[in-house]
Design a protein around this ligand. Structure first.
Ligand code: SAM
Length: 239
């Protein structure tokens, strides 16, 4: 049975999912739609998207994917996603697990996609660990995330507003240094574009878009660690 805060939270989540597309419409037209398309052109093979939300990425996937799994743990977002999927010509399936606990064997995807999600997960480190696990060696994470500003004054405002913003925007954090978290999670950043959402408030404006490739480590001795990539054929290349 739902507790009162649970019921309130559910009503709020339902509302968030219902208004999400309308709230994002202007930013999608101005820039986000084009950024998504350019990013997702690089998706290939078996693809897992985490936190698919209402399915804003669906129109931008290229043809020829061998598998498309859409992860979305929020039931209200899932309802919106299911509606879009019914209308879309993509053979995709929905998975309701959160990114921190993915129900897939290791190395089962070629591409993982995360757009505006690593700001909202409880633990970006745990999510990246799982993403890394389910990616095949050399597989890539395609991401588009709003992040901590590089302007000290804006950072101060981000820290000020974050506690309230998290409540109204379903756990969205304003101060995450996502590129650093991706790097330290065992990925090499092969592409990184720094973008600004036109017309957005300064605390939400800075966006990073890129491709991160799963890399490996080779232990040479207890105090020497080599960082490198494991190729498709199992060879280790130092970076
Ligand atoms: C701001 S919305 C972004 C939706 C969509 N990816 C987009 O680009 O428009 C954040 C999404 O992350 C989802 N989310 C939150 N926590 C998550 C978690 N632990 N694992 C996976 N998704 C999560 C939310 O349910 C929500 O759908």
């Amino acid at each position: 049975m739902c507790t009162r805060p649970g019921r309130l939270q559910n009503s709020y989540r339902r509302l968030f999912a219902a208004v999400y597309d309308r709230a994002m419409a202007s930013a999608e037209r101005r820039c986000l739609g084009a950024w998504r398309r350019e990013l997702l052109e690089q998706a290939q093979g078996a693809v897992l998207e985490i936190g698919s939300g209402t399915g804003s990425n669906l129109p931008h996937y290229p043809p020829g994917l061998t598998r498309l799994v859409l992860g979305e743990p929020d039931p209200f977002m899932c309802q919106q996603l299911q509606k879009k999927l019914t209308a879309a010509p993509l053979p995709a399936v929905i998975c309701t697990h959160g990114a921190e606990q993915l129900p897939f064997p290791a190395a089962s995807f070629d591409t993982v996609v995360s757009t505006l999600v690593l700001c909202s997960v409880d633990s970006p480190q745990a999510a990246l660990e799982e993403i890394r696990r389910v990616l095949r060696p050399g597989g890539c994470l395609l991401f588009l995330e709003h992040v901590l500003s590089d302007q000290p004054a804006t950072r101060r405002w981000q820290r000020f507003w974050e506690p309230l913003w998290k409540q109204v925007a379903c756990n969205c954090h304003l101060t995450r240094d996502t590129a650093a978290t991706i790097r330290s999670g065992g990925f090499v950043l092969e592409q990184l574009d720094e973008l600004q959402i036109a017309g957005a408030p300064a605390i939400l404006r800075r966006v990073l878009r890129g491709m991160a490739v799963k890399c490996g480590w080779k232990i040479l001795s207890p105090d020497t660690l080599l960082r490198g990539e494991v190729t498709k054929h199992g060879n280790f290349t130092c970076i």
